[in-house]
Design a protein around this ligand. Structure first.
Ligand SMILES: Nc1ncnc2c1ncn2[C@@H]1O[C@H](COP(=O)(O)OP(=O)(O)OP(=O)(O)O)[C@@H](O)[C@H]1O
Ligand SMILES: [Mg+2]
Length: 359
């Protein structure tokens, strides 16, 4: 196991400030992911579902993981949270949270260390909640396990949490069961469970997909409020570019299990450096100039059994050349971020990232 002292210090100053105040300082790097790879064992052999994934999440900021269905977003989230399906293996990489590499910990060490520091929310709140326990019991669990509170104290904490996430009449509703709440309220309960112990990192995997549009906006507003209150780093998983533009500070664009581009949202969307990002942007109306035509990206992503050598995007790329078929481009610095704030680096995995906006 690598301890904080053995790790290269990612954010020493921030760690010290966080320890003193109980909170991370805005913009401190909370999570750094490097070279993450996840394999799936299938009846047709082992396939790599997540490959060379790298990004960082900062305190008080939202990082969006963006990409089409099947590109490995949820798999990445589950690998970070240590809750992968039994057929999946962490094949490579570092998941450095608060200076400690979670990938190098045993399951037990990881639960003890990361349990209170990392919360995760999924799309489907009904299946994520246990139907046979009251929400009070489920909300109180984290306090009993990690803080050693008794049932009465845990219930009081559960009521406080329900207030924090905007559930009306928490004193009586704490005794209700999940099916007695609306979809939006259930999602609030799931979010409350995820933030119960004031984690440094919250992962939200398509948290509003199953909800009505008006409820979606309320849940996003709640996530923003909680992020600001706790200076949490939030990783927001979505396939929706408008959500990324509205909610996120930085973005990592995924394609066929790989991060193909990352950086501050405003810069990546204004000046994409990967043809896939450019294609995605051209397929949504909000980014079009007047009179321009909506384009969709022809073709579909490769099957996991059939990922080509070379660039993963080659079969759909308008710029493809021989080198793209022969050599997998690695994520490398793509452009200098502007401004003086500490900003995430811009990266792209394309042999022609400097030229894509000239075509
Ligand atoms: N248990 C599993 N067994 C086999 N393949 C799986 C398993 N779980 C996921 N996959 C495959 O791994 C790839 C990545 O899946 P993942 O769920 O991470 O995609 P995603 O980006 O979250 O997509 P979506 O937007 O649809 O949620 C997909 O090709 C998927 O079919
Ligand atoms: Mg998913």
């Amino acid at each position: 196991m690598k301890t904080a002292a053995q790790q290269a210090p990612i954010q020493r100053a921030g760690e010290a400030a966080g320890a003193a105040t109980g909170q991370a300082k805005a913009h401190d790097v909370v999570l750094q992911v490097r070279d993450l790879a996840v394999d799936i064992r299938t009846h047709r052999g082992t396939v790599r579902a997540v490959n060379s994934v790298a990004f960082e999440a900062r305190a008080g900021e939202t990082l969006a993981l963006l990409g089409e269905s099947g590109c490995g977003k949820s798999m990445t989230a589950k690998a970070l949270a240590g809750i992968m399906d039994p057929v999946c293996d962490l094949a490579d990489g570092e998941i450095v949270l608060k200076g400690t590499d979670l990938a190098a910990l045993s399951a037990k060490e990881r639960l003890k260390f990361a349990g209170p520091e990392l919360g995760i929310v999924f799309q489907d709140a009904l299946t994520a909640l246990n139907p046979v326990y009251t929400v009070g019991t489920q909300l109180g669990e984290a306090f009993r396990i990690h803080r050693g509170l008794n049932a009465k104290q845990a219930r009081a904490e559960a009521i406080d949490l329900m207030k924090r996430v905007g559930i009306p009449e928490p004193e009586s509703r704490v005794n209700s069961y999940p099916h007695q709440f609306s979809g939006g309220m259930r999602q609030r309960i799931l979010i409350a469970m995820a933030v119960a112990l004031n984690p440094r990192l919250l992962i939200a995997d398509e948290p509003t997909t199953a909800l009505d549009v008006t409820v979606q906006a309320q849940i996003m507003q709640l996530l923003r409020k909680l992020r600001e209150e706790g200076q949490m780093a939030v990783i927001l998983i979505t396939h929706d570019l408008a959500v990324v533009a509205e909610e996120a500070d930085s973005v990592a664009v995924m394609y066929a299990g790989n991060v193909v581009e990352s950086g501050p949202v405003s810069e990546v969307f204004a000046d994409p450096r990967h043809p896939y990002t450019k294609g995605l942007l051209e397929s949504v109306p909000v980014h079009l100039e007047r009179g321009a035509k909506l384009k969709s990206i022809a073709g579909s992503p490769p099957e996991l059994h059939d990922i080509p050598a070379g660039c993963v995007y080659q079969s759909r790329c308008p710029l493809v050349q021989d080198i793209c078929r022969a050599e997998r481009p690695v994520l490398r610095p793509a452009a200098i971020p502007s401004g003086t704030e500490p900003r995430p680096a811009r990266t792209a995995a394309c042999h022609f990232s400097e030229e894509i906006n000239n075509v």
